[in-house]
Design a protein around this ligand. Sequence first.
Ligand SMILES: NC(=O)c1ccc[n+]([C@@H]2O[C@H](COP(=O)([O-])OP(=O)(O)OC[C@H]3O[C@@H](n4cnc5c(N)ncnc54)[C@H](O)[C@@H]3O)[C@@H](O)[C@H]2O)c1
Length: 331
Amino acid sequence: MKTVVFSTKPYDREFLSRANESVGLELAFLESRLAPQTVKLAEGFESVCVFVNDQLDASVLIGLKKVGVKHVALRCAGFNNVDIASAEELGLTVTRVPAYSPYAIAEHAVALMLTLNRRIYWAHSRVRDGNYSLDGLLGFDLHGKTVGIVGTGKIGQCLTEALHGFGCKLLGVDQYENERCKKVGMQYVSFEEMLAQSDIISLHCPLMPETYHLIDNEAVAHMKRGVMIINTSRGGLIDTKAVIEGLKSGKIGYMGLDVYEEEEGLFFEDKTFEVRKDDDFARLTTFPNVIITGHQAYFTREALIRIAETTLANLSAFASGEELINQVKAS
Ligand SMILES: NC(=O)c1ccc[n+]([C@@H]2O[C@H](COP(=O)([O-])OP(=O)(O)OC[C@H]3O[C@@H](n4cnc5c(N)ncnc54)[C@H](O)[C@@H]3O)[C@@H](O)[C@H]2O)c1
């Protein structure tokens, strides 16, 4: 079975090729992102393998179906970029990698918290410039602070356990209570209560119609003054304009982002010599208390190995008609 792999970087090709040595699938690697303009590149392939910023709306799915594609293999956990209902209507099978390393993302969330709190980015460049003053670098003890975790699934649980080690008070927001989180003292509260009590808020729920712009003007209004917001989940969870206002007013004291609602076509690319066209993103980069990483939370060796192995297992299972344990269904 032939698979075309979209949006590949050298590291994707390296890890997928290495995992494929023992599987032997026919993989064609493309650098292009899947979008209406590139859908014809899938002609002659039964499966397409895609990543977080590939576009799989109804029109692209119809195009894939027309050129003979039967299977969409996501090499990521989130599937908010795929119109699952349309895929089902068209008879296209969608699989994903539900878990590869929740530690990678949880650890990156902690890295953002510590970097922001202790202003490591400023401290590092000051020392390199020969400036050893501490003015403006004052941080706070993480120990004893209240952290609100929205979504206590696999990643939220890892973060909860890590922050328990720091001595934080943990508040959880999720319709399902996680026993492992409760075991280390997590208290489940309403979203509003979490907003009102948290010194740090970290987002770990999926992006869905119900969670789109979860952090909007109203949510910011309910937060503690000086709150730290961390988003390593999906950009659409945050209304960028609302947090810009919150940062300008001082309501939001720190913000660490690994994802951005308009990151498609921006993240994973070198845009050094391009004029920044997104004014909201440009504004975010001007705040001294905001740090942004370009969707790298998942990017550890262990995660890339697991992603490659599970993706190839999904592709093989589809090719041989075996049961698909990682299939994404509409309901
Ligand atoms: N930045 C990255 O590199 C990266 C990598 C992997 C995953 N992610 C993101 O992290 C998200 C979480 O991943 P996971 O593996 O922990 O998923 P998971 O399915 O294990 O956990 C998600 C949790 O969110 C909860 N949830 C759903 N709607 C909610 C709501 N409205 N309010 C509160 N909780 C809600 C679910 O009940 C579940 O417990 C993914 O959806 C993905 O978007 C980001």
